[in-house]
Every structure is written in structure tokens, then in C-alpha cells.
Ligand binder design. Structure first.
Ligand code: PLP
Length: 405
């Protein structure tokens, strides 16, 4: 008999990763993945610097490195973050294996069983998975078009305290959120900081999509508005360089970073030296701004094509977000439609998406779905949304028959 630990009881495989098996058939047009487009990876540059690092810099690129990560990388990140109004120092940065490891280490550092973590409804599924391992009480806060419902958050914090769940973290993805594409207004960012100050809580600001803005104005990071050291930033090179390098960073108050470094020693000793070296060279030798401008142009066309196709092919009962960046559009169908069930019909029509429910900490959201426009071509975007529109119409019609309306 295998006697797994108690904390594994709630562990679930990502519904999305399981689903990808079915969506990989060649005829299926898939909006299901959350992956960046590999056509955006700077292959020649990476190949050149990887060869140089291995042949001429092996002690630095193939030996263990420090747990906190390569010094030149942390130095480059200090400069890079200053452009986002985040003024930090090298000793307040720890390099992580993607931002996903940052989420896990924060769970390990802060969450005792039953502690309250506040997330939006919906939120990034990987954050739910990372936190759930530490058995906290995850409290879902409705997400509006400009950020969380903050009056609801205030009440939820008080309610958690009253019922013996110590509030610890507020987790947010304020720029082009996964899964909805929603971006927080500046007002709500400032207001969230006030709440965190008053309630003595930490904010985890996860910003993987921040650099993928295709239109509209930049909104300051929450961290740049923070004067009290309440914000922990998670960033990653997954969406702006290459996801398989697994290089991200956690940036925060010194005590938090020190604790995370201690815990990371137990997790992996250190991150991969080679890919950290590649990112150092990317930040110091490549024209990063031009690269990001190209990425934005690449994805902008795809987003516009998807939005245009949605207005052409979706029935009027459907609603969707109109993001200004990121990789996702979020669709809401009438109450009663179950997008998990509808997926079978969609696969029969050779189109795939991610059902929205797993992104909801409270189990709601049956009638929602996430569409990624990152991987499909323009033609596939149009054809895929045409198919999806037909699927949704059929599903709504079937539902009306059952209801006798
Ligand atoms: C909001 C958010 N946070 C974190 C991650 C994890 O990314 P990585 O571990 O590749 O940095 C993702 C990936 O999709 C994400 O969407």
C-alpha cells in the first residue's frame, strides 16, 4: 500500500494538460494551449550564444550556480525592472525555474494549513495547483472588467479572520490575466495596495504577460506604487523569450527573498546555469525592445483576427473579453451551457478550447471557456471560430429543446 501524504489528497492534474492529448490530432484547430508561439523564439541568437557558452564559458554555464541565481542576471533584472518603475536591488531577486516555481516556494514559505489566500474568480490554474499543495483556504473574489471586486475582497478578508483562517496572500495577475485577458485599472491597483496595507497582507503580483501589450496605455505595476514593501513580483522569460528555458524571477522584500532562497536550496540547490546564462546574454546583447515590438506585432494580428471572427460567428447570447494584450480571450455563454460537456461536440467539429471551470476556486464557471490565439494561423483563427460558433449555436439550441422553450 502506498501511503501518500495527507497534502496529496486534493492534488489534481491540470485539466488542461490532460486535454491537450485530444487536441493534438492534426485536423483539430486548437485554442486550448496556453503556450507562446515558437515562431517567436530567437533561434539563431540562442544557438549562437549557447554554443559560445558551452565551448568557452563552461565553468559558468555548466557548473552548479548559486541558489539565488547568476549575479549578472540579477544585475540585468534590476535595470530591466527599473523600466517598469520597480526599483530594487540584486539581493531582493531570486531566479526561479519559471514563475511557477516562485508560486510553489511562496506557498511553502507562507501557507500553513487553513491560512487564507485570496484569488480572483477565475484565476491562473497553476497558482491554484501550487497553493493547494499547502492546504490553505482559497477564497475566490469576483473579477470585474477592471480588476477584483474590492468591496467583496474587504468583506472576505474580515470573514476569513472571523472564521479562524489567517489571511496571508492576495494573488493577482493584473496585466492581461490568464485566463480572461483582463487588465486592472490603475485605481484598483492603488486601492488593492491600501487594502493590503490596512489588513497587513502581502500581494503576489504575477506579470508574465506584462510585456505583451498590443494597444492602449501602459498601466503602472502594483509594485511600482508600493511604498511599504508589500508586493512580491513574479516574472518570467517564458512568454517573451522561450518557455523551455525555465527562467523566471521572484522579486520582493529582502526577508521574503532570503526565506525563498533557503527553501529553494531544499527544492533544487540551484536553477539551470546554462539557460540563466542565455538570458543574461539576451538582456545584455540582444535588442530586447525591438524583439518585444516584433512579438507584439505578431500577436496583435492574431488577437484582432480572433475578435473579428468572434463578432462574425458567435450567437448574440455569447459574451467575450476584448483584451489589449496577452494570449487569451475569455468567453461566457448563457447559464446552463456546460463547456466541459460541450467539448465533445467541439472536438467532433474539429475545434478545441479550455473549459473555464478549473480556473474557478469555488467550482463555478461551467458556462465559460478560454481561447488562446497564440498558436493558430490567421486562417485557422477564422475557420476555428466559425466552427466554434456553430458548436455554440447547436449547444444553445439543444438546451432550449430540453427546457421546452
Ligand atoms: C499567470 C501565469 N503565471 C505563471 C505562469 C507560469 O509560467 P512559467 O513557469 O513558464 O514562468 C503562467 C504560464 O502560463 C501564467 O499564465
Amino acid at each position: 500500500v502506498l501511503r501518500f501524504a495527507e497534502r496529496t489528497k486534493g492534488a489534481r492534474r491540470s485539466a488542461i494538460r490532460e486535454l491537450l492529448k485530444y487536441t493534438e490530432q492534426p485536423e483539430v484547430i486548437s485554442f486550448a494551449g496556453g503556450l507562446p508561439d515558437p515562431a517567436t523564439f530567437p533561434l539563431d541568437f540562442l544557438a549562437k550564444v549557447a554554443q559560445e557558452e558551452i565551448l568557452h564559458n563552461a565553468v559558468k554555464s555548466l557548473q552548479y550556480t548559486t541558489t539565488e541565481g547568476k549575479r549578472p542576471l540579477r544585475e540585468a533584472l534590476v535595470r530591466w525592472l527599473a523600466e517598469e518603475g520597480i526599483h530594487t536591488t540584486m539581493d531582493r531577486i531570486v531566479i526561479t525555474n519559471g514563475s511557477q516555481q516562485g508560486l510553489d516556494l511562496l506557498g511553502r514559505a507562507f501557507l500553513d494549513e487553513g491560512d487564507a489566500v485570496f484569488v480572483s474568480l477565475p484565476t491562473y490554474l497553476g497558482a491554484l495547483q501550487a497553493f493547494q499543495a499547502y492546504r490553505p483556504t482559497i477564497v475566490g473574489i469576483p473579477l470585474e472588467n477592471d480588476g477584483m471586486d474590492l468591496a467583496f475582497l474587504r468583506r472576505a478578508i474580515r470573514e476569513a479572520r472571523r472564521s479562524g483562517h489567517e489571511p496571508k496572500l492576495i494573488y493577482v495577475v493584473p496585466d492581461f490575466q490568464n485566463p480572461t485577458g483582463i487588465t486592472w485599472s490603475k485605481e484598483k491597483r492603488a486601492e488593492l495596495l491600501k487594502i493590503a496595507g490596512k489588513e497587513d497582507l502581502l500581494i503576489v503580483e504575477d506579470i508574465p504577460y506584462r510585456w505583451l501589450r498590443y494597444k492602449g496605455e501602459h498601466i503602472p505595476t502594483i509594485a511600482s506604487l508600493d511604498e511599504e514593501g508589500r508586493v512580491i513580483v513574479l516574472l518570467t522569460f517564458s512568454k517573451i523569450l522561450a518557455a523551455g528555458l525555465r527562467v523566471g524571477a521572484l522579486v520582493g522584500p529582502e526577508e521574503v527573498v532570503n526565506m525563498v532562497v533557503t527553501l529553494k536550496q531544499g527544492a533544487d540547490l540551484c536553477g539551470p546555469s546554462l539557460t540563466q546564462r542565455l538570458v543574461v546574454r539576451f538582456l545584455t546583447e540582444y535588442d530586447v525592445h525591438a524583439h518585444i515590438a516584433r512579438l507584439c506585432q505578431h500577436y496583435k494580428v492574431k488577437l484582432e483576427t480572433m475578435l473579428q471572427a468572434l463578432s462574425q460567428y458567435m450567437p448574440e447570447e455569447a459574451e467575450w473579453t476584448k483584451p489589449e494584450g496577452g494570449l487569451f480571450v475569455w468567453v461566457k455563454l448563457p447559464e446552463g451551457v456546460d463547456t466541459a460537456k460541450m467539448l465533445e461536440r467541439a472536438l467532433a467539429h474539429k475545434v478545441a478550447y479550455v473549459p473555464g471551470q478549473p480556473f474557478f476556486a469555488d467550482g463555478s464557471g461551467q458556462n465559460t471557456m478560454r481561447l488562446s490565439f497564440a498558436l493558430a494561423t490567421k486562417e485557422e483563427l477564422k475557420e476555428g471560430i466559425r466552427r466554434l460558433g456553430a458548436v455554440v449555436k447547436e449547444e444553445i439550441a439543444a438546451l432550449s429543446v430540453i427546457r421546452g422553450s
